[in-house]
Design a protein around this ligand. Structure first.
Ligand SMILES: *Cc1c(COP(=O)(O)O)cnc(C)c1O
Length: 378
């Protein structure tokens, strides 16, 4: 038996929702797209939402809508999936990495300030593992320096900052519906915003820059007529995927509750263990617990990791500091050093967390983690 670190929860209702679309008139751009967008926008407390082919496309679209281009610098965290930085490169901009805070593992406010130059155009804070960043402080910095804020909320669907859900707080927030995330559409993503201009740009970007909206067109030659107003991509999501997303959204609160329950079990089990550092949640924040990440002390992480994998526990490491990737090393990031990020990377392990994890499986994970740390102590 192998227990993965994360996995989707799909039931018969989800399956019927997908099958229903397969029998309908629209497989791709049909009524399910707007319906899904509306459900997510309402849930997160944003005025507008644009559903898109995946979370990476969501970040690309957000950077493009923000006007990121060659010469612009965008500050993000190194402890994230590569997409949070790659999206800046897609637009010709330069990702700049600010170190993390050693308590929250989120981007450090002090280091954001240190990394700001007159080329800085935006900040992409990542709500790592589901823990919201200090958004008040980030907005203050952004205001002082006239920066756009794009939250990478891939881990944070349902997370709360000072009583408000992540998704309606900044210029734009992006989400991913990859199967390990809180809800899934197979592949899928969303951008939420309260700004109607950004909303229109995001919609154009998703579909070739093409519009059929008469209000936006230069002229109208007939009912066949459409106009390409900007350079966009085919980043459309399908009705099949959105039907799954709508069905999954009905279960999100239950998923979040179960994730939290599992986390509380881990916190209790590892309490007082000298060589296991458990995650903390900052005041005023409600984590959506996408990942449960421990740090192991006084032992070799690789040995603990390998012994857990051998025991059938699907542990993982989130993440290798992005600038350490060969692509970044070979393209100007050799001198970058984020001390806290590198230290965390050496010690971190993500252990299984998903709604379908049973109590028995969790007990098994706990026992094996405690043993692995004990037997590999140095
Ligand atoms: C998953 C993820 C993404 C990318 O989402 P995809 O849907 O896989 O493209 C971006 N940022 C973070 C932090 C993620 O975890």
């Amino acid at each position: 038996m192998f227990i993965p670190y994360g996995r989707q929860t799909i039931d018969d209702e989800d399956i019927s929702a997908v099958v229903e679309v397969l029998k309908s008139d629209y497989l791709t751009t049909g009524p399910k797209i707007e319906e899904f967008e509306k459900v997510v926008a309402e849930y997160v407390g944003a005025k507008y939402a644009v559903a898109i082919s995946n979370g990476t496309a969501a970040l690309h679209a957000a950077c493009a809508a923000a006007g990121i281009q060659s010469g612009d610098e965008v500050i993000t965290s190194p402890i994230t999936f590569v997409a949070s930085a790659n999206c800046v490169l897609y637009c010709g901009g330069t990702p700049v990495f600010a170190d993390i805070d050693s308590e929250t593992y989120n981007i450090s406010l002090e280091d954001i300030r240190r990394k700001i130059t007159n080329k800085t155009k935006a900040i992409i804070p990542v709500h790592y593992a589901g823990q919201p960043c200090n958004m008040d402080a980030i907005h203050k910095i952004a205001e002082e320096h006239n920066l756009i804020v794009i939250e990478d909320g891939a881990h944070a669907l349902g997370a709360e900052y000072k009583g408000k859900r992540i998704g309606g707080l900044s210029d734009m927030t992006t989400f991913s519906f990859h199967p390990v995330k809180h809800i899934t559409t197979g592949e899928g993503g969303m951008i939420t915003t309260n700004n109607v201009q950004l909303y229109e740009k995001l919609k154009l970007f998703r579909s070739h820059g093409i519009t059929r909206d008469e209000g936006m067109m230069r002229k109208k030659e007939g009912d066949w007529y459409y106009e390409q107003l900007s350079l966009g991509y085919n980043y459309r999501i399908t009705d099949i995927q959105c039907a799954l997303g709508i069905s999954q959204m009905k279960k999100l609160d239950g998923f979040l509750k179960r994730r939290k329950e599992i986390v509380m079990g881990y916190q209790e089990a590892f309490k007082g263990m000298e060589n296991i550092i458990v995650p903390t949640v900052a005041e005023g924040c409600e984590s959506s617990w996408h990942l449960y990440v421990i740090q192991v002390k006084n032992c070799q992480r690789k040995k603990v990791f390998d012994s857990l994998r051998d025991a059938g526990i699907g542990v993982n490491v989130h993440y290798i500091p992005v600038y350490k990737q060969p692509y970044y090393q070979e393209n100007g990031y050799k001198e970058v050093k984020c001390v806290q990020a590198e230290q965390l990377y050496q010690q971190m392990i993500s252990i299984p967390l998903y709604p379908g994890l049973t109590n028995e499986q969790q007990d098994c994970v706990i026992e094996k983690v405690i043993n692995a740390v004990k037997f590999n102590e140095i």
